[in-house]
Structures are given as structure tokens and as C-alpha cells.
Write a protein that binds this ligand. Structure first.
Ligand SMILES: Cc1ncc(COP(=O)(O)O)c(C=O)c1O
Length: 947
């Protein structure tokens, strides 16, 4: 039978069902944003809050696939239940939760036993001491405080200065060490890693110890490569040399690995010099974050003034922690793991991981990777590896990490600790849940990822790398108020993706650089500002604040090269914000000077800028690629700068173009560019070229003296990527090499400071029209390349920029001469000798000042010789100054097989002062008379946009 039912209408007067639903996605909460900034006035149902937050968190990565982290991602249900049960307990409340406190003590006993902590055998002996912490970082801070206090107490008792403590450690320490040193005012003394050694050099560490050293930190499992540092060697050296210096072992990861995998390794309290050790419970202690442990050999190493006896809720408690309240769950979790697993359980887990790590390393080796970590239990169960150098490979570790990320794997690519030549590497941390099966899946995915990259062409890879560096920028932005914060593996990775040359500049950096510029008689910095740098205002504020403080000047230069899209209104905004400041450089003390790098092709932007800016500025752009005629006839300019600072081809620099500029400007100011060198190899930016440097630094200043332009601009202060920097080297600002995918870091270890040595003299000559310059010390500056041209791979570097120079196919080998160049500042004629690897050559001068006093210049050929370079000035057989320089070598390993076309620069000044009466240089080239005051401006490519 079929029932047909009549549709019944709602009786009149019956209200419609209220618009209320408890179905999460039917509520109005699901139709609006979750509160971000202010608390809502009204409550939200628990189920809705739960679901919406959970949904949002689903965007986080899968912790199991996060092979970047050491921190535990798996615990049994029973452990989780116990931890949940104790979540409401405040650990500090000992009286209320005496069993929890008791459990902490049991954990301390058990872990201390693993570390061979001494226990009192007689009532006179002191037991070792330990406490739980939030993680190793807190443990390290407490240990640092204890070492510092103990050292201070001793110094005070001896009546000695106790204000300058230092700590010796590897440059590959985890960021918490730098943090602790900074927080507690302890100077960091680093033993730097090299390209082949990533752990501390025991001899180097012990040699750094002085009377102010509070201790040496040794790491049992470095964060970068997982390698164990040789604690025993440090211990034995200290004993042998009878040095009274304690060792702290940072066993954040290794503390729970080595005792099970490598029990005979002596690194812990078995060594008499080891006074304290930290371990992370939440790493290989197998507990969820955050729990850690720190131990002292005895109370002697934990000065009692650091211990607080607090009377809390009626009970006296001794505490040594950085904060008061903390949850009890993780300590309970730790106890669960210790009794659940016992020694056998931990051993099984750690041995499994070690075996799997060895298997993974073998598989990666088969794929041609270079393994940087130690296998077979010699280090942590992790695999650190890198690609072999290969001139033809288009992709790198960053690109590989990015492809793997798409499959869900989080495997970080980063650069090795400072002084390791920006070595790129990747690291896979094996945690207990990384079974052999998952390992094999990863290896297959790795093969697929490499295949994908091999099949991409250059354009695609570049797009890819650019995209991934943007992703990593947007994923880890600098803090808007504390930009450029560095260190920690994460920070380091982020940092290397930042291109701005001054992104890490602090007020201190500005101060130091301004002092260096002032010492060279430089008057101002041009701040070359790229578009799109989110924190540029903070950097500019610092720059102008410090310039004001030290009576230095700065001015803006807008980087408009390579499609940079500075909108007119934003240029106006920046000019109006800064141009009226007291530290802003004003042309003839009147109008603020504004400059550019390029932008001549879209010159019209400046019509709007001129029209809308409140400040009436003096505009001297560099519109070199527009051509002199077009640029000089633009009604928008007040003067011009030229970028033609290097000779195009295998010949020396001349002034043809400068003279054309001066003529075309017809009395308007010309900024003449001066630069010492140019070599760049940054494939991501399509840059791989060199110009002849050689005699350029000397020649060009002579040309300045000859032409006497109104302004001179040195290109540059800090562009390491193009090798024409003359300012101090900032480790933190060498990220360009990783971002630009340079085949190697060609600026590291290549100082250019020597090029500033004679600037005061030559700048004074220029400013005074050759009339007024003096010097009080004689000296020599020398520069040369460390590899003879034919020694290593040329790197396919072409001379000059192809688009500008046409199809120039000369090799840099013919462009640059294999010679040692030297300039000398002398009171009267002197002799120069150059020795290379001990073989001496008599040098000659190709340029001497008339009247004998002033700048001399010359060079000698290398003639295939290698070894240390020594340039000596002498007069009548008596030595005036001697510069000992870096060795010339045909060993190309440091540069991954490539020739370094950058220059090494050194200088040496005489001990004696010369009579310092002011003399004009009678130099034949410096005679022009000037009518207007000249300014030397220095261009630092200080700010750039992100790629
Ligand atoms: C060697 C080393 N020390 C200290 C720490 C900091 O440990 P935690 O995260 O437990 O504070 C880490 C973390 O990775 C580390 O690897």
C-alpha cells in the first residue's frame, strides 16, 4: 500500500524555529573570522572553539614528517594519560605535591647515574646536584651563571678584576649559548669551524683560555652535524697544561644517546674537568616538550648565592631556576619513560636509530651526496649531508628541500656555522618514530625529487629558487621591531635568504662603519634603497640616528635597476620622511641630495616625485644605461652620476666617458665613480662577470685628481656580492652568496680594508685641489688574487656584463693579470721587494710622485709562484714597513674547485712618524685648481630589495 501524505502548513501563530544551531558549521562563528586582536564580548560554545582551532591547526605540518627537529613526537597512550592527569599541578608547589617533587628527585638520580655523576662516599664528600628545567636552554643559562659566579668569586678573593668574563666555545653552538652570553654579559670567544672541521678544535679551545675565561663549552652532538666534540682531549690538554678552567658539556641530545650506543666514550663526569652537564629530556630523553636537566659535579660548582630558599606555602625549598611556576606533566612523563623503558629499552631505541641512520647515510652516498655526520654511533643518529660541487648542476640543497617539502617532508637546508665558507648542507634528524620503512620511503622520495630537479631547465629552477626563498621569507619574517635577528638554525637559514646587504645592521654596526669611513676622510654614505624591504624604515632610522650622533651624513639613492618598481608616491614618502633631517647630506648645504642606481628608462616617475615631494631636493641620478646625451638633456636632473667605474676589456681604465659626462653637464655637478674591483658570480641574478681591477684603485684616484669633479663616489662600501667593497667585512651580511647560489663564498677571508689606508691622503689632495694633504706614517698597500688565473675552474665568468659589453668572450684569465699590485705612501723614494713563498723579487715603481713625496705604485708578475706573499719597503737598506699577506695557492678545494677572481688586500704602516708639515703633492696629475668645495661620497649598496 502506498501512503500519500498531504503536506501540512504551519498553523498560524506558530513561530518559525529559532535561528539557533549547535552544529559547528551552522553557527555564525563558522561564518566569521576568529578573534585575532581583541577578545570578543561574548562566549563561544566549547565544541565550536575546539573545532575551529583544530581546523586552523591542521595547516601546521605533520610533526612525524618534521625531520628538522630533535624534539619528541611520540609517546605511548599511558604516558600521555599520566601527563594529562598531572597537567593541573604546579611543579613549584612542593608541599602540595610532594610525590611529584619526589619523582623529580628520582629522575635526577637516574639520569645523574647515566652521566657517572659522583656520589658522596664519605660524609665529607659532596654529592652532585641536579635540577629539572624547561629544556636544555634553561639548563645552559643556569650553568653559565654558575660558572660566571664561581669565577667572579675567585677573582674577587684574589683582588683581581672580575668585570670581563668570557666563555670559549665552537662557532657551531646552539643559539641558546649566544643568548646566555648576551643576557649574562659574558664575552663569547669562538673557535671557528672550517670547511672540513665542524667540531671544536681542542687545542684551539684551550689556547683561547685566559684569566677571564669562566669555562669551555663542549657539545655532545652539535646541532649542525650531530658530531660529538672531543671532551676528553680538552680535559687532558687542560690537565697537561695545568690550566684551571672548568668544562661544561652541552649534551642536549647526546646525553641520552651516547650512554646507550657508545658507553665507553668518556665525555661526562668521568672526566675531572667536567663540572656541569645539561641534557634535554624532550629530545632523546623521549618526552614531549619541555623538560631538561642540568647537573653539577658538586655544590662547589654551584655558588650558594644563586640558590634561593623560598618559603612557599609553608615549606622551605631550595630552588635554582629562571622562572617560578611550571607544569609537572613533563617530569611525570620523564619518570614514566625511565621506568617503562629501563636501560634496555633506551638502548634498543637508540641502537635502532643508529642503524637506520647508517642505512640512510649509505643510501644518500649512493645518490652521490657527501656525508658530513659521523655514523656507527660516533655521533647523534642524524645524517648531515651536502651535494658535491658540480659546475653544471643547476639546483642546490635549498631547491631539493623545497621539492621534498611538497611531499610533506620537512628537511632543512642551511649554511654551516660561520667561517665554513657558507657551505650549504641538509640535515635529517632521526627520532624514535623514524622506522626503517619510513626511511626507505624517504629515500625513494629523495630520488624522485632529484629527478624532478634534473628535468627542470635553468629558467624554471631559478623561478623555483626565487619562489622558495620568498616562501621562506614570508614564513619566517623578521620581527618588525627587532629585524635581522640571527643565529639558531632557523635564524641562520632565514638570514641567508635575506639579500639586503645591511639587513643585519644594528646601531653598533652603523657606528663602527661610520667611524671607519670618517677615519678614511669620507663624508657621507649613499643609502641605496631597494623596493620592497619591509623593515627599511627601521634600518634607515638607525642609520640617520647614528649619523646624527657622530656628525656624519647620509643621503638616499633609489635602486631602480632590473625592473625595480618604486612607485612615485612611495619615493615621495621616503624622501619627505628623511630629507629634512640634520644628518641628511645637502648639496651646497642647501638642498637634500637624492640619487639613484639606474631608472633612466622610467624617468617620468621623477616628474611626479618632484611635483609631490615637500622637500625641494637636488637630483643627481645615475642613468648610465640611458646614455650621456639623453640623460644630460633631461629637464629633471640637476647633475649626473656615472656607473662606468671599471674598464671594459683587457686594458686599464681611462677618463673618456668621465670627460664626456663633464662636457655634457656643462657646469652641473658630476659624480665621478671610483671602484677598486669587480667580480660577481650569482647565478640566481644572472650575474657572472668580472672587470679588470689590477691597477684600478691607484689609477682611478689619479684620474680623480686630474679631473677634479665636484663629487666622487666610491662604489662600494659593502657590496660583497660584486667584490668591490672597501668597508669592514660583516659576517652577518654575507647571505648574498647563499641566496644568489654562488658556487662558493668569494668574499669570506678576503678583506679589503687595506684599500682605505691611503684614502685620507688622497681624499685630502682631491678636496684641496692638490694643495693640502699630509701624512704622518709611511706604508704599503698590496692586493692580488689568491689563485693564479689558470689554477682552478674559471667558473664560466665572462668579462663585463654581456648585455652592456656585447658578446665579449675573453676569459677572465686574459682580462686580469697574474700580478701582485702595491701602492706606497712615502716621504721620499724607497725600494720595494716582493717575495712569494720565500722567493724574493725586486719590485719597481711604474708611477712615482714628482718631488718624491706622495703616492707610488707598481706591480710584479707572479710567474707561477705560490706561497705566502711579503711586500717590503726599505730605504738605504733599512726596512720601513712590511706587509705579510695571504698565500697564493693552486689548491682550489676551498673554492669548491673554482678560481676566486676577488682580490685579497693587505696593508702595513711604518712604526715611525714622518715630519708632518702640510705639503701639496707635486704629483704631475694632481694640479687642477678647484673653485667649488668637493665632497667625497661613499656609496654603500647598503639596502636592497629582497629577491
Ligand atoms: C646542542 C644543543 N644545545 C642546546 C639546545 C637547546 O635545547 P632545548 O631546545 O632543549 O632548550 C639544542 C637544541 O637543539 C642543541 O642541539
Amino acid at each position: 500500500m502506498v501512503h500519500i501524505s498531504r503536506v501540512q502548513k504551519r498553523p498560524k501563530g506558530h513561530a518559525r524555529e529559532a535561528e539557533v544551531t549547535d552544529y559547528v558549521y551552522g553557527t555564525h562563528f563558522a561564518a566569521q573570522d576568529l578573534p585575532h586582536h581583541e577578545m570578543a564580548e561574548r562566549e563561544m560554545p566549547a565544541a565550536v572553539a575546539y573545532r575551529l582551532i583544530k581546523d586552523e591547526l591542521s595547516l601546521d605540518g605533520n610533526p612525524l614528517l618534521n625531520l628538522a627537529s630533535f624534539v619528541t613526537t611520540y609517546m605511548e597512550d599511558e604516558a600521555q594519560n599520566l601527563m594529562t592527569d598531572s597537567m593541573s599541578k604546579n611543579f613549584i608547589d612542593y608541599e602540595q605535591y610532594p610525590q611529584t617533587a619526589n619523582i623529580q628527585n628520582r629522575c635526577i638520580n637516574m639520569i645523574a647515574d647515566l652521566l657517572h655523576a659522583p656520589t658522596a662516599e664519605s660524609p665529607d664528600d659532596q654529592d652532585s646536584i641536579g635540577t629539572s628545567t624547561v629544556g636544555s636552554s634553561e639548563g645552559i643559562m643556569l650553568a653559565m651563571l654558575a660558572m660566571k659566579k664561581r669565577w667572579q668569586n675567585r677573582r674577587k678573593a684574589e683582588g683581581k678584576d672580575s668585570t670581563r668574563p668570557n666563555i670559549v666555545m665552537n662557532s657551531a653552538v646552539q643559539v641558546c649559548w649566544e643568548k646566555a652570553a648576551r643576557y649574562f654579559d659574558v664575552e663569547e670567544k669562538y673557535v671557528y669551524c672550517t670547511e672540513t672541521r665542524y667540531v671544536i678544535d681542542p687545542e684551539g679551545a684551550v689556547n683561547l683560555v685566559d684569566e677571564n675565561t669562566i669555562g669551555i663549552c663542549a657539545i655532545l652532538g652539535t646541532t649542525y652535524t650531530g658530531q660529538y666534540e672531543d671532551v676528553k682531549a680538552i680535559n687532558d690538554l687542560l690537565i697537561k697544561k695545568k690550566i684551571d678552567c672548568p668544562i661544561h658539556v652541552d649534551a642536549a641530545s647526546g646525553g641520552f644517546v651516547a650512554p646507550f650506543v657508545n658507553p665507553s666514550l668518556e665525555w661526562d663526569f668521568r672526566l675531572p674537568k667536567v663540572v656541569s652537564i645539561n641534557v634535554s629530556g624532550h629530545k632523546y630523553g623521549l618526552v614531549y616538550p619541555g623538560v631538561g636537566w642540568v647537573f653539577w659535579r658538586s655544590a662547589e660548582y654551584l655558588p650558594k648565592e644563586l640558590i634561593f630558599n623560598v618559603n612557599y606555602l609553608g615549606t622551605e625549598q631550595a630552588t635554582f631556576t629562571l622562572n617560578f611556576s611550571k607544569g609537572a606533566s613533563n617530569i611525570i612523563g620523564q619518570y614514566y619513560q625511565l621506568i617503562r623503558l629501563g636501560r634496555h629499552g633506551y638502548r634498543s631505541v637508540m641502537q635502532n636509530l643508529t642503524r637506520t641512520a647508517d642505512h640512510l647515510a649509505t643510501e644518500l652516498q649512493k645518490l652521490n651526496f657527501i656525508i658530513m655526520s659521523d655514523g656507527a654511533g660516533g655521533g647523534l643518529p642524524l645524517v648531515a649531508y651536502r651535494l658535491p660541487p658540480d659546475e653544471n648542476r643547476l639546483w642546490d640543497e635549498y631547491a631539493l628541500a623545497h621539492v621534498l617539502r611538497q611531499r610533506g617532508w620537512v628537511i632543512p637546508a642551511y649554511t654551516m656555522a660561520p667561517h665554513s665558507n657558507q657551505l650549504k648542507m641538509m640535515r635529517i634528524v632521526l627520532r624514535e618514530d623514524f622506522s626503517m620503512d619510513r626511511c626507505n620511503v624517504l629515500v625513494e622520495d629523495m630520488k624522485m625529487a632529484m629527478k624532478t630537479l634534473e628535468e627542470m631547465d635553468r629558467a624554471m629552477i631559478e623561478q623555483y629558487i626565487r619562489h622558495s626563498s620568498r616562501q621562506s621569507q614570508s614564513g619566517k619574517p623578521d620581527h618588525p621591531v627587532y629585524p635581522g635577528e640571527k643565529h639558531s638554525l632557523q635564524g641562520k637559514t632565514g638570514k641567508t635568504h635575506a639579500v639586503a646587504n645591511a639587513i643585519n645592521f644594528t646601531q653598533e654596526t652603523w657606528t663602527n662603519d661610520i667611524f671607519a669611513a670618517q677615519a678614511a676622510h669620507i663624508d657621507a654614505f649613499a643609502l641605496n634603497l631597494g623596493y620592497g624591504l619591509h623593515n627599511y624604515e627601521l634600518i634607515l632610522n638607525d642609520a640617520f640616528t647614528v649619523a646624527h650622533r657622530h656628525n656624519f651624513k647620509m643621503f638616499l639613492s633609489f635602486d631602480l635597476g632590473q625592473g625595480s618598481q618604486w612607485p612615485a608616491d612611495e619615493i615621495v614618502h621616503v624622501i619627505d620622511n628623511y630629507a629634512t633631517g640634520s644628518a641628511y647630506y645637502k648639496h651646497h648645504d642647501d638642498k637634500p641630495l637624492v640619487s639613484t642606481f639606474e631608472g633612466g628608462q622610467s624617468a617620468d616617475v621623477w616628474k611626479d616625485v618632484r611635483h609631490n615631494a615637500q622637500s625641494e631636493f637636488f637630483f643627481i641620478p645615475d642613468w648610465s644605461s640611458l646614455g650621456i646625451k639623453a640623460a644630460s638633456s633631461s629637464p629633471l636632473i640637476d647633475g649626473l652620476m656615472s656607473w662606468h667605474a671599471w674598464p671594459a676589456g683587457a686594458h686599464d681604465m681611462n677618463t673618456t666617458l668621465d670627460e664626456e659626462y663633464i662636457a655634457a653637464l656643462d657646469g652641473r655637478p658630476y659624480i665621478m665613480p671610483v671602484s677598486p674591483w669587480f667580480y660577481t658570480n650569482l647565478p640566481v641574478f644572472d650575474k657572472n662577470w668580472a672587470w679588470r681591477g689590477d691597477d684600478l684603485w691607484f689609477d682611478r684616484w689619479q684620474q680623480v685628481l686630474e679631473l677634479a669633479p665636484e663629487y666622487v663616489e666610491i662604489i662600494t662600501w659593502n657590496d660583497y656580492g660584486e667584490s668591490h667593497y672597501i668597508g669592514p667585512m660583516h659576517e652577518d651580511d654575507l647571505g648574498i652568496f647563499a641566496v644568489g647560489d654562488a658556487p662558493f663564498n668569494y668574499a669570506e677571508g678576503m678583506p679589503h680594508d687595506g684599500w682605505r689606508a691611503f684614502l685620507p691622503y688622497v681624499i685630502d689632495l682631491y678636496k684641496s685641489g692638490g694643495k693640502n694633504a699630509s701624512f704622518d706614517k709611511e706604508g704599503v698597500v698590496s692586493w692580488y688574487r689568491l689563485n693564479p688565473g689558470s689554477a682552478c675552474m674559471s667558473g664560466k665568468t665572462t668579462p663585463g656584463q654581456l648585455s652592456v659589453e656585447g658578446t665579449n668572450t675573453t676569459s677572465p684569465r686574459t682580462l686580469m693579470q697574474d700580478r701582485i699590485f702595491y701602492s706606497a705612501l712615502l716621504e721620499s723614494a724607497a725600494d720595494v721587494t716582493v717575495s712569494i713563498g720565500g722567493a724574493s723579487k725586486t719590485g719597481s715603481w711604474v708611477d712615482t710622485p714628482s718631488g718624491q713625496k706622495g703616492l707610488y705604485h707598481g706591480s710584479v708578475p707572479i710567474d707561477g709562484m705560490t706561497g705566502e706573499v711579503v711586500v717590503t719597503l726599505s730605504r738605504a737598506g733599512e726596512q720601513i714597513a712590511q706587509m705579510k699577506g695571504e698565500a697564493i695557492t693552486t689548491d682550489c678545494r676551498k673554492n669548491h674547485g673554482y678560481n676566486n677572481w676577488n682580490a685579497w688586500v693587505g696593508s702595513a704602516m711604518s712604526e715611525k712618524n714622518v715630519a708632518s708639515e702640510k705639503t701639496s703633492s707635486n704629483d704631475k696629475k694632481s694640479g687642477s685648481q678647484r673653485s667649488r668645495p668637493a665632497m667625497t661620497l661613499l656609496l654603500g649598496l647598503v639596502l636592497l630589495a629582497l629577491v
